[in-house]
Design a binder for this molecule. Sequence first.
Ligand SMILES: [Zn+2]
Length: 59
Amino acid sequence: MHAGKANKSYLAVKTCVVCQRPFTWRKKWEKVWDEVKYCSEQCKRNKPQNSTGSQTPTT
Ligand SMILES: [Zn+2]
């Protein structure tokens, strides 16, 4: 092993569940990176809706 590269900033990559495009880690996500699923707020709003959701009859 050649220990030459140290302190190299690691940029994680995820795939947006909406547009299926890879996006990289951002500073604003450092606290919630495990929960991030969308590349942007726009995709977050365009997230697929459950067509067959649970319909709870209100009586
Ligand atoms: Zn996206």
